[in-house]
Design a protein around this ligand. Structure first.
Ligand code: MN
Length: 489
């Protein structure tokens, strides 16, 4: 069975604490939702503000394939604003639990049904498609819920939706609830919240119970713990539930996920299914080795399916096979002994708590690959005097081709002074320091300092690094290593 999707990123998703989208951002997201194959887009809530109406109008003027809806309470004032925005339909939200009817609205059940029926009539009289959503349906008396739905359907509601407003269903109770409603003569939608982390599971159970439409938000954003996540639901339906399908272009899922994360500023947790940073990343040696041989060993779906790429993370759990693959990607061919040495160096750094990037790998590999070269310059000693009354002064002792040289320099700070002490020397003459990065590997003042530099001489550019507990020593060592590399090439 083909399942329809109502995406409410722009309404329920925007109700995420701290999120407010501009008209342009909303339009971009709506555009992508339409393109990816969502059938219904809830573009906002027309009653909210002038700006909100402006955004909805921009979306309804685009001639999207998707049906554009606005949230609406069962009140003429709300519906009039929806009409003003030229939407195709309304998500007419009617509370059905005792708690909501008696404590929030303070009316009787009979009055509630009147309110609902009149609103449906008003919408239908004005040519709107009506999806009637029962708010807090999962905590409502099922017979009463059914009465509300049947009334609405008799008055012309096109679809109905069962809302688990506070996310208290479980897969079993969700299946149960939808099964009790699946004899209604219109399509049933499912709107779940993730308060117990069960929104996707409950949504899938609802399909089994007879729902044929699901409400989702991109990245699962929404009030409190959020809504049913679009990407998790769509990919689950595609891969795990062969009896169902959707019209979503799955390979564009990552794009829309990133767009929404960027626009809302709600970043995705790294271990989030499908779209999280780590969803297709492997660090463990055993896993990487397996995935390289056959990705199905440790991946239920390929990253390409959802528009992503696989990543091998360098770290202490890494194995040589994954590392070799990564080095080849960087264009580096190494023999077995070199591979082992690079692997050991990385694990050494990882043990100190350092996160290994591609730049780190490049520098480590360069170091290992040049290990047999005899360096012309050797750093013997560096001493710096600095204080708040004197200009930082450094003296360096180095050996160049067996000649011992002592030199001194001053600078703005101790590192600058040390580098200046070297720059006076003939071999260092036209060397330019073009990049200098300092990173503390561990916390605290006893941290290991990692210095990565880039040097240029003529049209040659090299990078070099050094890791020391002393920032000056690390900087000078990296600098000397870089110059040695320039002299060698
Ligand atoms: Mn909701």
């Amino acid at each position: 069975m083909n399942i329809k999707i109502l995406d409410t990123t722009l309404r329920d998703g925007e109700q995420t604490p701290g999120v407010s989208l501009t008209s342009l951002e909303k339009l971009r997201i709506a555009n992508k939702l339409d393109e990816i194959g969502v059938e219904y887009i809830e573009a906002g809530s027309a009653i909210t503000s002038e700006g909100e109406r402006e955004s909805i109008k921009q979306i309804t003027s685009q001639n999207f394939n998707a049906e554009i809806l606005s949230f609406s309470r069962p009140l003429t004032v709300d519906i009039d604003y929806c009409l003003d925005c030229d939407v195709d339909g309304v998500n007419l939200v009617v509370p059905t639990s005792e708690l909501h009817i008696h404590e929030k609205l303070n009316i009787t059940n009979e009055k509630l049904i009147d309110l609902s029926n009149n609103a449906v009539d008003y919408c239908k009289d004005h040519g709107l498609i009506v999806e009637l959503s029962a708010e807090d349906a999962s905590r409502s008396d099922t017979d009463f819920l059914k009465t509300v739905y049947l009334n609405a359907i008799n008055h012309g509601a096109d679809r109905i939706c069962v809302c688990d407003t506070v996310g208290i269903l479980t897969p079993d109770s969700s299946y149960e609830l939808y099964s009790q409603l699946n004899d209604l003569p219109v399509p049933i939608a499912c709107h779940c919240h993730n308060d117990f982390g069960l929104a996707v599971a409950n949504t899938l159970a609802a399909l089994k119970g007879g729902a044929s439409e699901i409400h989702t938000t991109i990245n699962g954003i929404g009030e409190r713990a959020g809504n049913t996540s679009f990407e998790e639901c769509v990919v689950s339906i595609d891969r795990l539930l062969p009896q169902f399908s959707t019209n979503v272009k799955i390979n564009e899922i990552y794009d829309i996920s990133k767009l929404v994360a960027r626009s809302t500023g709600v970043y995705i947790q790294p271990n989030k299914a499908i779209v999280g940073e780590n969803a297709f990343a492997h660090e463990s040696g055993i896993h990487s080795d397996g995935v390289i041989k056959n990705s199905a060993t440790y991946e239920p779906i390929t990253p390409e399916l959802v528009g992503r790429k696989r990543k091998f993370i360098l770290g202490k759990h890494m194995g040589t096979h994954g590392l070799d693959n990564k080095l080849k990607e960087l264009g580096l061919n190494v023999d077995e002994i070199q591979l082992k040495q690079i692997c050991d160096d990385i694990k050494d750094l990882a043990d100190k708590g350092k996160k290994i990037t591609d730049v780190d790998l490049q520098v480590i590999a360069d170091n290992v690959l040049e290990i047999n070269h005899e360096d012309r310059i050797k750093l013997d000693e560096v001493t710096v005097v600095s204080g708040n009354k004197i200009m930082p002064t450094a003296s360096v002792k180095i050996t160049i081709d067996d000649d011992e040289i002592l030199n001194a320099g001053v600078g703005l700070g101790p590192v600058d002074a040390s580098i200046n002490a070297l720059n006076d020397l003939e071999l260092f003459k036209d060397v330019n320091l073009i990049e200098y990065h300092v990173d503390s590997i561990t916390g605290g003042t006893d941290a290991f300092i990692d210095v990565i530099i880039k040097l240029q001489q003529g049209d040659k550019v090299v990078s070099a690094r050094a890791t020391e507990s002393d920032i000056i020593k690390a900087s000078v060592k990296a600098y000397v290593a870089g110059v040695n590399r320039l002299l060698r090439d």
